[in-house]
Ligand binder design. Sequence first.
Ligand code: PA5
Length: 493
Amino acid sequence: MRRYEDALWKKEMTLIYDFSNLMDSFIDASAQDPGFRKSVGAISEDDLNAMMPRISKARESLSRKWGRPSRMLAWTRLPHSQKTVVADILRTAARVRRKFDNFVVLGIGGSALGPIAVHEALGHPFYNLVSREERGGGPRLFIEDNVDPERMNALLTMLDPARTCFNVVTKSGNTSETMSQFLIARDMLRGAVGDRWRHHVIATTDKKKGNLIRIAQEDSLKTFVIPDGVGGRFSELSPVGLLPAAVCGIDIEELLSGAAWMDELCAREDIRTNPGWMSGALMALTMTRKGKNIQVMMPYSDSLKTVSDWYAQLWAESLGKKYTQRGRVIHAGQTPVKALGVTDQHSQVQLYTEGPFDKVITLLGVGAFRSDVAIPEGYPHIPDLHFLSGHTMGELMNAERMATEFALTKAGKLNQTITLPEINAFTIGQLLYFFEVQTAVAGELIGIDAFDQPGVEEGKISTFALLGRPGFEQKRAEIAARPAKNRRYMIGF
Ligand code: PA5
């Protein structure tokens, strides 16, 4: 029996979403100085009750679309529907692990941030630096999500092409960044291994649309499909994230079972016991009624640091919209900010505690760390130092999280905590899926389309035009006709 099939273990490993400190019964309203105009903006039971009819309506409307590719909600099926794909991924990963020393993911946005977050959460903290044995037999992993020429040059000179496998990941199959990386990698491989370059490339893309699938078919590349109705930022639990994770030895079946468990929790009828719906509703309230324009994601664990990067894309790209679904101008969104506990206690927390009442701070906590370090005995004659001895770094980390939570609450700053009992594939699967549901629910309640990204597309199209892609001449002319810069506003050194 796999451990996630054990009901007791599953219960012990269930995430806890604690939103007490969003509520007016916890937030210290006296933190709002007399005469100071800005409201603390805590949420009352009345606020929640008043929202219930809207939540019920949103549930009805969203449940009609749940799972439907045509409404971009097919990501909700990923935890349940990939048996054959998972088997193929595991076979392919085993081959990659046997044959290659390096696995390089070429992708950007949703094609990179999820794989990075899962790898950092579940892999060895110094994965590429330790021996292959300590890596569990996996190749080194590089995830290239930019087109910085200096970094690309450095990477290529470091890799032996004959021992390297490239995973090109793009849903649209056309993204300039990823496709230019692919052309560079292919060229390098052809120079080194000739026609066998095809055995060094795996494509992850749409089954029909875009240039990558065309190339994959022409060149007979091993291909994984990103299913219809799964957008880039919602694709981590598809082959986009599962292949790199499996190559590095992460238990992808446990990851998916964590997501499936969260899917079950988010299907609960009673919203007060439903983590995804409750958090989506509360976040929508903070944005629309409580003037919170910023959400800070602050994990108290280095392993969860890049979950904040993944979340920042999910939250910003999904909710940052000019129009409602009915076409009314709204300019919605809540700016995600990334912070790290405890590091940022010594930089940003001063602002969070004493600055404007414009933020919700989300703390991510870990119940038990996978390993701990005891703080040894020393200097008993200095009591101000000696109090640390006998504790562990894990205790220190968690004490600092509680201290920040206390300080924020006392200062009237809205905060919430999500606790992972420990970091493992099951809890990470839950966490990612929880945030996906939260985002979809918040989008539905605000009334925007959480699954498109016209602002991103505009940038992609302008890049095509600037680099001379056929068919984009009109956009090129539009860019050329923009007002010339005024030297009056440019200062040289
Ligand atoms: O969420 C999205 O759809 C985007 O951020 C994409 O992930 C990103 O633009 C990369 O697109 P593609 O996977 O088509 O290369």
